[in-house]
Design a protein around this ligand. Structure first.
Ligand SMILES: [Fe+2]
Length: 137
């Protein structure tokens, strides 16, 4: 993919199957929730195909939005920032401790909609995924 100075951000967001593409965020939450009751949401990458977390190649952040049915704009519900990537006093990628890019939050919704996760890799750009959430009556 090539970009130009006039390219829209939406044109630079990639999608793929998370089972075969390591950059696609995986949203884990219940399929159906109760109205106005808190539920857990976890977003991670590399669930099937591991993504590196090194000083040279890593995930910088994951944003989580909720698109409520019939709403005019999405709710921004979480930002998970990752600013540590295996740095060590022994040198880049020489340490023995690494973290994994994973974010967890809790939210409640009153109407059904779609969760959207947007992840940024410092080398491979923007990637997104979505997951529908229903609300029981
Ligand atoms: Fe990457």
């Amino acid at each position: 993919m090539t970009t130009t100075a006039t390219a829209k951000v939406s044109e630079m967001i990639r999608q793929a199957d998370w089972k075969t593409e390591k950059h696609v965020p995986v949203i884990e939450c219940p399929d159906t929730v109760r109205p106005d009751e808190m539920f857990d949401v976890t977003v991670t990458l590399g669930k099937e195909v591991a993504h590196p977390n090194t000083t040279e190649h890593h995930i910088r952040w994951i944003d989580l939005y909720f698109h409520e049915k019939d709403a005019k704009a999405p709710y921004h519900v979480a930002r998970f920032g990752f600013c540590a990537h295996g740095e060590s006093v022994e040198g880049p990628n020489q340490g023995r401790v690494y973290t994994h890019h994973c974010g967890a939050t809790r939210l409640k919704i009153g109407k059904p909609g779609v969760l959207q996760a947007l992840a940024y890799c410092n080398i491979h750009g923007l990637w997104e995924s979505t997951r529908e959430v229903k609300v029981s009556q």
